[in-house]
Design a protein around this ligand. Sequence first.
Ligand code: C5P
Length: 211
Amino acid sequence: MTELILALDVPDRKEALNIAESCAPFIDAIKVGYPLVLSSGLSIAEDLASPGLPLIADFKVADIPNTNRLICEVVFSAGFDAVIAHGFVGADAARACIEVAHSHSGKAYIVAEMSHPGATEFFHDGVAERIAALAVRCGADGIIAPATRPERVARLREIVGDKAIYSPGIGAQGGDLDAVARLVDGVIVGRSIYAADDPAAAAERLSRICR
Ligand code: C5P
């Protein structure tokens, strides 16, 4: 089974909560990022608690170790179950996020490679491979890898073994669910669900392919 994670990039609090509620039966986790948290505040984590799904804070944390630690403490204290952090900042900075996550019995995922076209400007020449190896070395719970490039996901799988791979980029960014579903532990889908005329129906359709 491949998990289906809803990227709830909906800046309107009420609309976000309605979408989360209607999609809840068909999804395995909710990812919240800056669009929703900056508009609604960190208390959105409490508001989203009722479907009982894991909440992933996608803040792509990328600062010095001490600041990363402070950010992650706030994230987990707010009620999130997992955080997404960048790995390019180095092992000490990534480790700070991972340690805080684990001290809260939460999880930390490291971005190994981004999914948009511009990502290849810097994520080439083995950079993503090195970040994936860093994630393994630092004890991260998994990595984020691009559904827009299944061959890259397959390559990064060789490095992370049975650690989780969560993959954004399906649909709106051009990624094909069928091409990555069996390579990853979960797919992260935003616009193809929340911007659909019927988000719950879209989530149900995708969840059938995942299962
Ligand atoms: O709307 P769409 O399905 O493209 O949303 C993808 C989500 O995954 C967004 O929240 C985006 O910020 C996030 N993401 C991504 N690529 C990464 C890491 C995260 O698209 N490498």
